[in-house]
Ligand binder design. Structure first.
Ligand SMILES: NC(=O)c1ccc[n+]([C@@H]2O[C@H](COP(=O)([O-])OP(=O)(O)OC[C@H]3O[C@@H](n4cnc5c(N)ncnc54)[C@H](O)[C@@H]3O)[C@@H](O)[C@H]2O)c1
Length: 249
């Protein structure tokens, strides 16, 4: 028996990287997946990959930072699949800048996508999960949210904010049996860190990781499937750190 058979999962920012791996893994475990991604082309490509692997998916061009776009995506999910059981707030951006040089619109863009987007998507699915008295909300935070980021205070603030938001929503939704958690990746093999590190720096990070390598998107996908499945049913309000031991809490 597959672990997410019959469930419906929305995965934001799932056109590539960690989100794509989570979408693919949830589909493999039997979930119908909404690929809720800003870029229409990558959303469609991931939908095709899921279908080619025998899964079920809907691609929806979505901007998580816009209320109307999020509502339209959740409506499309309900129209096609009739319910939403799992939300993965994965969409995130990480431009770099010192606070001194940071433009207000860059601050707003980062908080708007990473934190406000997590709020908008969570708020949009909550009434449906409350009605069915079940559901899982999983948000992707970052080691930067625990340790700070020398050149990305907006990013670190958004990711710390996701942890506080998660604990609060977990308290709010626990009486209805809805679990809300974070996954905290360390440096992982995707496009995002390549925006501010050379290839050499990226792989050199492995030297500081006790398990001796940087993260792979599938490492996060395994944690997401655990939290979304029956195996994770008694876990809520937590930050599951998946980083090879780079930060030990
Ligand atoms: N890769 C890492 O080292 C790392 C480490 C810690 C945390 N994370 C977090 O993991 C998540 C995924 O990261 P990744 O490395 O796969 O990044 P990525 O840049 O490869 O992918 C991010 C995806 O989100 C999409 N996106 C961006 N803005 C969006 C919006 N407004 N609405 C919908 N989709 C949007 C992008 O188009 C892209 O497909 C992010 O939240 C990131 O902050 C990544």
């Amino acid at each position: 028996m597959r672990r997410l058979e019959g469930r419906t999962a929305i995965v934001t920012g799932s056109g590539q990287g960690i989100g794509e791996a989570i979408a693919m893994a949830m589909a493999e475990e039997g979930a119908s997946v909404v690929v809720a991604e800003l870029r229409e082309d990558t959303a469609a490509a991931v939908r095709r990959r899921i279908e080619e692997a025998g899964g079920t998916a809907l691609a929806h061009a979505t901007d998580v930072s816009r209320d109307a776009s999020v509502d339209a995506m959740v409506e499309a999910c309900l129209d096609r699949f009739g319910k939403v059981d799992i939300l993965v707030n994965n969409a995130g951006i990480y431009p770099t800048s010192t606070v001194e040089d940071m433009a207000e619109d860059e601050w707003e863009r980062v908080i708007g996508t990473n934190l406000f987007g997590t709020f908008l998507c969570s708020r949009a699915v909550t009434p449906h999960m409350l009605r069915q008295r079940s559901g899982r909300i999983i948000s992707i935070t970052s080691g930067r949210g625990l340790q700070g980021a020398g050149n990305g205070a907006h990013y670190a603030a958004s990711k710390s904010g996701i942890i506080g938001f998660t604990k609060s929503l977990a308290l709010e939704l626990a009486p209805a049996g809805i679990a809300v958690n974070c996954i905290c990746p360390g440096v992982s093999d995707t496009a995002q860190p390549r925006g501010h590190r050379t290839e050499e720096e990226l792989y050199a990070s492995a030297a500081r990781i006790p398990l001796g390598r940087i993260g792979q998107p599938r490492d996060m996908a395994k944690a997401a499937v655990f939290l979304a499945s029956d195996r994770g049913r008694f876990v809520t309000g937590q930050t599951v750190v998946v980083n090879g031991g780079a930060i030990m809490q």
